[in-house]
Design a protein around this ligand. Structure first.
Ligand code: C2E
Ligand code: CA
Ligand code: CA
Length: 737
C-alpha cells in the first residue's frame, strides 16, 4: 500500500513536472510572438541598412526591438517599399509601421492607432552659413517628402511656416542654396549624419532646437491593431531613459557616414586633377624624350649611311641628297661639279701601304672641307673618287683651289720624304639652268666623269671642262650678277632713249627708255644678254627700279626746262613676283618727282600676258586706274594670242616688225600686218610699230594707217643728254604725206 502511495506520489510529481514543462513551453512560445515592423531606409542613424548584413538597423530599430521584447514580441524589421509611411499603413505585410508623430489616416483613408512615444526626437533647422533666418511666421522651410507626417505636425504647431517638399536630400540642399527656401528641417540625429558629407560643409545647424517630435509606431485602427498597440505600449512603458540614451549614443558615436565617389571627388578633386596633370606631364615628357631619342638614333643611322667613315666626307647617297637640297635651296647660285680621281691609287696602296693611302684620302677630304662653305658639298666614293659641288668663283678661284688643294695633294708624299708624286685627274661640269629645274645628280656626275676620263686617258694631270662654253657663260653670269650693285652705283649702267615719232608730222611723240651697261670688265653689254640673266637670278627688279627712277628724274628736269615728254619704260614680268605693289610704286615715283601719270607708259611684253595672264591683267587694270598708259610690247613676235586682245585692256599695242623682216613670204607678212593694224584700230586701241629700219617699211605702215613708229630708220637709242637736245620736230627723210 505504502509502495502504491509512493508510486502515486512519484507519478503525480512527474505529471506536475510535465505539466510545468508544457506550461513553460507554452509561455515561451507566447513571448516570442513575431511582429513585423516596417521602417524607412533613408534616415541614418535612426533607420539605415547594415553595411554587412543588409538588415535594417538604427536607433529606431533598437528602441523598438527593446520595447517589443518587453511586450513579449520578437520583432522583425523590414524596409518599407512604399513611397510614404501612409501608404505602408495599408500594406498588411507590416504589423506596425514607424515612425509617426501622431495618428494620421492611411493613404487609403483608414483611421490609425499609434503607440506611446518611444523617444522624443529633436527637429532642427539647417541653413547655409551665410543665411540669416527670417522670423518663424515668414519662414520658408524645405523637407523630405517621406517626412510628410512631420510636415503636418509642423503646420499645426507653426501655421505661418511655408513648407516645400522635396524627394531627396540633394534636391533639398539645392533649393536651399538657390534661395528657394530659407532653411531645411529634419530630425537632428539625421542631420548629424547627413552633414558629414564633405560637399555640405557650407551648411550649418541652427543651434536652437525648433521643436521635438514624438516617435511612435502605428497601424490601422482594427481590434487586432488596437490590441497590438496596447501590448507594445506595455513594452514602451518599461523602456528606461538610460536605455534610450545608450541606444542613441550607440548609433550617433559611430562613424556611419560612408564616402561615395562624389564625396571623394569633392574632397580630393583638386589633388586628383593635379595628379592627372602630373601624370600627363610625365607621359608627355616621356614620349618627347622617346621621340628625341629615336630621332637621334635615326640621325646617327642617317649620318652613317650618308657619310664616308674614313674621311668624313659624304657617301654617294649623302652627296646626291645634299646636292639636291642645295640646288633646290639656291637656284640663284651658279655651281660647278667636279669629279676627281688619283691616278694609280692602287699602286700607292701596294707600295706605301693601305695606311698611307688612307692618310692621303683623309688629307684630301680635310683640305677640301676647310675651303668649302655651307652651300657646297664634298663626297668620296669608290676608293679614291672625290666629287665636289662648288659655287662658281671664276678663274681665280680655280687657280686658288689648285694651289690650296691639288698642289699639296700632288706633293703629299714627296713633302714627307717619300719618292711618290701624285697625279690628280679631274673633270668639271658647269651646271646649266636646266640642272636646277630637273635635278639629276647622277647625270651631272656622269658628265663630270666623262671630262675626267678624257684627262685620264690622255695621260694628263689636271682638269678639263665637260662644257667649256657653259663655263664661259657661267663666268659672264657671275660677272654680271655679282657686279650689278656696284655698276648701278658707279654709273656703268645708264638710261638711253630711243625717240618715237609720228611719221605723218615728223614730230617726236615720246621715247622708249632702254638700259645700257658699260661693264668695267666685259665692256658694252647688250640688254638682250644681261636682262634675261638678271631675270633668272631675280635681280631684274633692282635694275628696273633704278631705270624708272632715272627716267622720272629726267622727266622732271625736262618738265622744268619746259619740254614735257612722255617716256615708255619696260616692266619685266619678274618684277611682279613676290607680290610687289608695282602700280603703287609707279604712283609713288610720279608723286616724288612731281610728274603726271600720262608721262609714263609701261611696256609689258606680250608673252608675259600669255604666261601669267591673271596677275598681269590685274596689274594692268590697276596701272590704268592710276592714269598710266599700258602698252603690250613685242606684239607679233611671240605666241600672239588674239584671245589676249580681247581680255587685256591696254592702251597701245607695240607691233614688232618681225613680221616684215623675218623669214617667210614678205607679201604674206604685209597682209597680216595690214589686218593687224585694222583690227587694233577697230578695237579702239592705239598702235605703234617698232623696229622700223627703212623708208619702205615706214611708208607701208603709213599707207595702212599706222603712223606712230620707232626704229633705227629714225633714231637709234641715244644717251639722255643727246635726247634732251632734240627738238620737238625733226626733218625725217620722206616724212609727211
Ligand atoms: P625691247 O623692249 O623690244 O626694246 C627694243 C629693242 O629693239 C632695243 O634693244 C632697241 O635698241 C632695239 N631696236 C630699236 N630699233 C630697232 C631697229 O630698227 N632694228 C632692230 N633690229 N632693233 C631695234 P635693246 O636696247 O638691246 O633692248 C633689248 C631688250 O632688252 C628690250 O627689248 C627689252 O626687252 C630689254 N630691255 C632693255 N632695257 C630694259 C630695261 O630697262 N628693263 C627691262 N626689264 N628690260 C629692258
Ligand atoms: Ca620695250
Ligand atoms: Ca619691243
Amino acid at each position: 500500500m505504502k509502495r502504491t502511495l509512493r508510486f502515486r506520489k512519484i507519478l503525480a510529481m512527474l505529471l506536475c513536472a510535465a505539466a510545468a514543462l508544457l506550461c513553460l513551453t507554452a509561455l515561451g512560445a507566447n513571448a516570442a510572438e513575431p511582429l513585423t515592423v516596417g521602417v524607412p531606409e533613408d534616415r541614418c542613424p535612426v533607420f539605415y541598412r547594415d553595411a554587412e548584413t543588409g538588415d535594417p538597423v538604427g536607433i529606431g530599430v533598437d528602441l523598438m526591438r527593446a520595447a517589443a521584447e518587453n511586450a513579449g514580441y520578437s520583432a522583425a524589421f523590414r524596409f518599407i517599399e512604399e513611397a510614404t509611411l501612409k501608404e505602408a499603413l495599408d500594406n498588411p505585410a507590416y504589423d506596425v509601421v514607424m515612425p509617426f508623430g501622431s495618428a494620421i489616416a492611411s493613404a487609403s483613408g483608414h483611421a490609425t492607432v499609434v503607440s506611446e512615444n518611444l523617444l522624443q526626437t529633436p527637429f532642427t533647422l539647417v541653413t547655409t552659413e551665410k543665411g540669416e533666418l527670417p522670423p518663424l511666421n515668414r519662414l520658408r522651410v524645405g523637407m523630405l517628402r517621406s517626412l510628410g507626417g512631420g510636415a503636418e505636425t509642423v503646420r499645426q504647431l507653426y501655421p505661418g511656416i511655408e513648407i516645400s517638399m522635396f524627394e531627396t536630400m540633394p534636391e533639398c540642399v539645392k533649393a536651399l542654396r538657390a534661395g528657394q527656401v530659407d532653411a531645411l528641417l529634419h530630425n537632428s540625429y539625421v542631420w548629424s549624419y547627413v552633414l558629414q558629407k564633405p560637399s555640405y560643409s557650407d551648411l550649418a545647424v541652427q543651434p536652437a532646437a525648433m521643436f521635438s517630435m514624438d516617435f511612435r509606431a502605428g497601424t490601422l485602427d482594427t481590434p487586432e491593431g488596437r490590441e497590438r498597440i496596447a501590448r507594445l505600449d506595455g513594452g514602451i512603458a518599461l523602456l528606461t531613459d538610460t536605455r534610450r540614451q545608450a541606444v542613441i549614443l550607440d548609433h550617433t558615436s559611430q562613424r556611419l557616414y560612408a564616402y561615395d565617389l562624389s564625396d571623394y571627388l569633392y574632397e580630393y578633386g583638386a589633388f586628383l586633377v593635379l595628379g592627372i596633370l602630373l601624370f600627363a606631364a610625365v607621359i608627355v615628357i616621356f614620349v618627347l624624350r622617346l621621340r628625341a631619342y629615336r630621332l637621334r638614333q635615326e640621325e646617327k643611322l642617317r649620318h652613317l649611311l650618308e657619310h664616308d667613315p674614313l674621311t668624313g666626307a659624304l657617301s654617294l647617297n649623302g652627296f646626291r641628297k645634299r646636292v639636291e637640297e642645295l640646288l633646290r635651296a639656291h637656284p640663284d647660285i651658279p655651281y660647278l661639279l667636279s669629279y676627281s680621281n688619283i691616278r694609280n691609287f692602287k699602286y700607292i696602296n701596294d707600295s706605301l701601304g693601305m695606311a698611307a693611302g688612307d692618310e692621303l684620302l683623309c688629307f684630301w677630304a680635310a683640305r677640301s672641307a676647310e675651303l668649302l662653305s655651307e652651300a657646297e658639298a664634298i663626297g668620296r666614293f669608290e676608293g679614291d673618287h672625290v666629287a665636289v659641288l662648288r659655287r662658281i668663283g671664276g678663274d681665280e678661284q680655280m687657280l686658288r683651289d689648285e694651289r690650296d688643294i691639288v698642289d699639296p695633294l700632288r706633293s703629299y708624299f714627296t713633302d714627307r720624304g717619300k719618292e711618290k708624286r701624285i697625279q690628280v685627274c679631274s673633270g668639271v661640269y658647269v651646271l646649266t639652268p636646266e640642272d636646277y629645274r630637273q635635278i639629276n645628280v647622277d647625270h651631272m656626275l656622269d658628265l663630270a666623269r666623262v671630262a675626267e676620263k678624257r684627262v685620264r686617258e690622255e695621260n694628263r694631270d689636271g682638269y678639263e671642262f665637260y662644257n667649256p662654253n657653259q663655263w664661259e657663260r657661267g663666268q659672264r653670269v657671275t660677272d654680271i650678277v655679282s657686279h650689278l650693285s656696284a655698276a648701278l652705283r658707279s654709273g656703268e649702267i645708264q638710261v638711253w632713249y630711243q625717240p618715237q615719232v609720228n611719221f605723218d608730222t615728223g614730230e617726236v611723240t615720246g621715247a622708249e627708255a632702254l638700259c645700257r651697261w658699260n661693264h668695267a670688265k666685259l665692256g658694252w653689254l647688250r640688254p638682250d644678254e644681261f636682262v634675261p640673266t638678271l631675270e633668272e637670278t631675280g635681280l631684274i627688279y633692282e635694275l628696273d627700279r633704278f631705270i624708272w627712277d632715272r627716267v622720272c628724274q629726267d622727266l622732271r628736269r625736262w618738265n622744268e626746262a619746259g619740254r614735257r615728254r612722255t617716256v615708255s619704260v619696260n616692266l619685266s614680268r619678274c618684277d611682279l613676283r613676290e607680290d610687289r605693289n608695282i602700280p603703287g610704286e609707279f604712283y609713288e615715283l610720279i608723286r616724288t618727282y612731281g610728274l603726271t601719270a600720262d608721262q609714263l607708259r609701261i611696256e609689258i611684253t606680250e608673252t608675259a600676258y600669255v604666261e601669267d595672264a591673271e596677275l598681269l591683267i590685274r596689274t594692268t587694270v590697276k596701272l590704268r586706274e592710276f592714269g598710266f598708259q599700258v602698252e603690250m610690247d613685242d606684239f607679233g613676235s611671240g605666241y600672239s594670242s588674239l584671245h589676249m586682245l580681247k581680255e587685256v585692256p591696254v592702251d597701245r599695242i607695240k607691233l614688232d616688225l618681225h613680221f616684215l623682216t623675218g623669214t617667210g613670204d614678205p607679201e604674206r607678212g604685209r597682209i597680216i600686218v595690214s589686218h593687224m593694224i585694222q583690227m587694233v584700230d577697230s578695237l579702239g586701241m592705239k598702235l605703234i610699230a617698232e623696229g622700223v629700219e627703212n623708208a619702205a617699211q615706214a611708208k607701208f605702215l603709213q599707207s595702212r594707217g599706222c603712223s606712230e613708229m620707232q626704229g633705227f630708220f629714225f633714231h637709234k637709242p641715244m644717251p639722255a643728254r643727246e635726247f634732251e637736245q632734240m627738238d620737238g620736230t625733226l626733218p625725217i627723210p620722206g616724212a609727211g604725206r
